[in-house]
Design a binder for this molecule. Structure first.
Ligand code: FAD
Length: 441
């Protein structure tokens, strides 16, 4: 038993919700009637899998926890930061403290749901309730169903239903800070440092956590042009919950229907992952696409990863990703299509590469985006949508500003020839996809 804390407490476990404002789980914890002890666990299951020890996401999380700590300290409260396997941490905490209830915000990824089930069983032995709140989406799980009571698998009708249902009840904020006085007054033991967890601190200049209404006004016209700085760059903040989706959705509703549509895509893929968790475990949404005979060509895959395909828009995108952990949405579509269709390489390899590199990596959106590009996903458009990377470049980077920024040697003899012929690649792809789909009939 911790000598300093003898009273019965409630724990609030921060995960993908690193903010004090408008935080649903924290709000309910603070209203529980018990003093609240906030907790964050640097999860060894996740950290041990990261091969890049300079991973910027660790610093991003670390900095936001330190910001939270600073604010909590101004209320004589603190945050407990643990480094370990969540099951071990929870066994220890259950022995150490007299915990009435645990509050969290629900995380819909398969790893997280399995983990939470285990923790639920561990703390139940001590009679402690484990509660999940909805915080990272506007609509979760089965909140939006078709007339037949089944999950939507096509975006357009889902988005229509989403817009109809998204009234003030769903979009209003939780006044979390109003109850901040209900935090446990204490001082936490020192947190592990980034170095102690085996990582290096990064000096990444993280994007801001808000978007100017002015930018939203031009979003619809400019968002498809990668040379423009026209998108929000809020992905990483939404991923780790350093901004509230409710606040952002209200802003989008007021200023840009097109931007709101993108946030609906985010909810859409989250509910796909929840209702069809096998997509997060490596299965094609349409199983026939698992019959495709992929080329597992290591050299070709490496050229794609390194941005050396000889197709400048593809190469610019991959180099942007490798250098800054971000890639513009239009270019994500083109590079993903190029890997899965022009190179006929298993989209799961590309998905894993993006997962390692993207600062805003999110399983639901990344898997949704990859399956969309590979043709195996929810979208009804079949395999014949094969982006022509040259035509895409002419249309969306007509002055080659984006290309020249990321591929400075473009136009010189240092730049490689196209690694595959577009026409040949297109025919090869159509043949392989047709074979796979016919095999399923
Ligand atoms: C192959 C592929 C992989 C992708 N991987 C991811 C990923 O790992 N994480 C991720 O957040 N998005 C992913 N996307 C979707 C989209 O490309 C990014 O959300 C967007 O580029 C992030 O930049 P932004 O924040 O400036 O976006 P904005 O255009 O400003 O959009 C605002 C927010 O809306 C959400 N959003 C926008 N488009 C989509 C979409 N198509 N699907 C789901 N949510 C969307 C994101 O949360 C984004 O931050 C992927 C798309 C493709 C085609």
């Amino acid at each position: 038993m911790n000598s300093k804390i003898k009273e019965k407490i409630v724990l609030f476990w921060f995960r993908r919700d690193l903010r004090l404002d408008d935080n649903a789980g924290l709000y309910y914890a603070l209203k529980s009637g018990y003093p609240v002890l906030p907790l964050f666990i640097f999860d060894k299951n996740i950290l041990d899998d990261l091969t890049n020890k300079k991973d910027d996401r660790i610093t991003f999380i670390y900095k936001h926890i330190e910001d939270i700590r600073k604010e909590l300290r101004s209320h004589d409260a603190d945050i407990l930061v643990e480094y370990g396997f969540p099951e071990d941490v929870w066994k220890k905490l259950s022995d150490q403290y007299d915990i009435a209830e645990i509050y969290t915000n629900t995380d819909y990824e398969p790893y997280a749901t399995d983990r939470d089930k285990k923790i639920f069983r561990i703390v139940k032995e001590k009679g402690t309730a484990f509660k999940g709140c909805k915080d990272q989406v506007i609509f979760e799980k089965n909140e939006i169903l078709s007339g037949q009571g089944t999950p939507y698998t096509v975006f357009t009708p889902y988005s229509r239903a989403w817009r109809e249902k998204s009234n003030e009840f769903y979009l209003s904020s939780y006044p979390t800070k109003k109850y901040i006085k209900n935090l446990l007054k204490w001082t936490a033991p020192a947190s592990p440092t980034i170095k102690e967890m085996g990582f290096e601190e990064s000096d990444y200049d993280f994007p801001s956590d808000h978007i100017q209404p002015e930018k939203l006004k031009h979003y619809a016209q400019e968002r498809d042009f990668p040379a423009e700085n026209a998108t929000s760059r809020l992905g990483v903040h939404l991923r780790f919950g350093t901004i509230s989706i409710r606040e952002l959705a209200r802003e989008a509703k007021d200023h840009s229907g097109v931007f709101l549509n993108e946030l609906i895509w985010r909810d859409f893929y989250q509910q796909i992952l929840w209702n069809f968790p096998e997509v997060g475990r490596g299965k094609a949404f349409r199983s026939a696409y698992d019959n495709i005979k992929w080329r597992y060509d290591k050299e070709d895959f490496k050229k794609w990863c390194d941005g050396q395909t000889g197709y400048p828009l593809v190469d610019a995108g991959m180099r942007q990703l490798n250098e800054i952990g971000f890639m513009h949405n239009r270019v994500r579509m083109v590079t993903a299509s190029f890997l899965s269709k022009h190179l006929l390489i298993d989209w799961r390899l590309g998905e894993a590469y993006f997962a390692e590199k993207l600062l805003d990596y999110d399983l639901a959106a990344n898997n949704g985006g990859w399956q969309w590009a590979a043709g195996s996903g929810t979208d009804a458009a079949p395999y014949f949508r094969i982006f022509n990377p040259t035509a895409q470049a002419e249309r969306f980077d007509p002055k080659q500003e984006y290309i020249k920024k990321w591929v400075p040697e473009f136009g010189t003899d240092q730049y490689p020839e196209p690694m595959v012929d577009h026409k040949m690649a297109r025919e090869r792809c159509l043949k392989a996809y047709k074979l796979a789909l016919n095999a399923d009939k």
